[in-house]
Design a protein around this ligand. Sequence first.
Ligand code: ADE
Length: 255
Amino acid sequence: MTTPRMGIMAAMPQELQAVLDLMPDEHRETLAGRTFWPGHLAGQDVVAVVSGIGKVAAATTATLLIERFGVDCVLFTGVAGGLGPGVAVGDVVVATQLLQHDMDASPLFPRHEVPGYGRSRFDTDPHWRQRLTDAATAALAQIEHHLGAKAVADFGLAHAKVHNGTVISGDRFVATRAESDALRQQLPDALAVEMEGAAVAQVCHDFGVPFAAVRTISDRADDSAHVDFGRFVADVAARYSAQVVMTALQQPSTA
Ligand code: ADE
């Protein structure tokens, strides 16, 4: 059995750097203004890449990973704003399905439906979703070891949890309580909001490539989101992501 070639995406360099630090043999290839890093992680053939922020940047990057780099599966890692009632800063959300909250071709199509697809939601791959969930659970069980006692105390991460559920994406950093309340009202099952995942899910659906996404909650998508976000990305998110992705790749494959 040949092992799959995995694409690993993050929106920002800070979110990918710790993954790159764990790759012993990566080399750089530049395409369409992006730097792709083919190499190995936990013994697996991977291509890591910073997509840039937003749905278009993410969709272009995912297409290149699949068409030019021949990846068999795409994993997205990074941070998100918490929307669900029990989804706190430091928790991890593994997406079961993703939706574009800013897609609105009504009255031609129902709100949130992607025209031409007959659906608003794209499912993640159950196998990789489970591996990310197991990896995130293991990482949280050893959180002090990965982040140090100070970061755990400063960010109140001692009781961080893993959630599975709906993640919503849009070309907007959600930074007011009014906006996050409106999203909660429209999409009550949404656990977290970010700016790329649903676009990548759609591209992977088009190409028949499995996709899974894991997001660490950096803020509550409210009026203090921009402050919490900056601190969290710098101090916590990168190390978390790297640990979760590496552990997910290491687990024995049952595929
Ligand atoms: N990523 C992290 N926090 C976010 C927020 N509040 N809105 C959109 N994307 C995010």
